[in-house]
Design a protein around this ligand. Structure first.
Ligand code: FES
Ligand code: FES
Length: 158
């Protein structure tokens, strides 16, 4: 099958590639760009592990084709690390509050929540619960994730 040329920005870098029109964005990110922080759990849009940001909004990369990202600005979990190599406030808060165990779901949570906190820097517990309701975690029981989000919001507002 003939490839289709796409141009996009990924984590601030301009990327041009020729891709199979059927290639999922999640597979493009992991296999073509080798950004393996984006995890693939269900490939059906259920678990949220593959969440990235497209033009600033959280998106399940397993439900999007690579060709649909043509012209878009994409951010993966690898973009969260600060320029000086330190963890972002949200990543640090996850670590401080034991909000990850196996870590499989964590990139999806981080990409969902970093976009959310940009829009709502002082969320209520109910708003946090609603925000993460589309991300599944089998390990943490969610309460430490909620604590981490509260800490990250507080750190940014101080
Ligand atoms: S792998 Fe995309 S939602 Fe589960
Ligand atoms: S930390 Fe293991 S699935 Fe969430």
């Amino acid at each position: 099958m003939e490839g289709i040329k796409i141009h996009l920005k990924v984590n601030g870098q301009d990327i041009s590639r020729e891709v199979d029109p059927r290639l999922l964005l999640s597979d493009f990110i992991r296999e073509n760009l080798l950004l393996t922080g984006t995890h693939i759990g269900c490939e059906h849009g259920v678990c949220g592990a593959c969440t990235i940001q497209v033009n600033g909004d959280p998106v399940r990369s397993c439900l999007m084709l690579a060709v649909q990202a043509d012209g878009c600005e994409v951010k993966t979990v690898e973009s969260l690390i600060q320029e000086n190599g330190e963890l972002s406030h949200l990543q640090q808060a996850f670590s401080d509050n034991h909000a990850l165990q196996c870590g499989f779901c964590t990139p999806g949570f981080l990409m969902t929540l970093s976009s959310f906190l940009e829009e709502n820097s002082n969320p209520s517990e109910e708003e946090i619960r609603k925000c993460i309701s589309g991300n599944l975690c089998r390990c943490t029981g969610y309460s430490n994730i909620i604590k981490a989000v509260k800490q990250a919001a507080q750190t940014v507002s101080n």
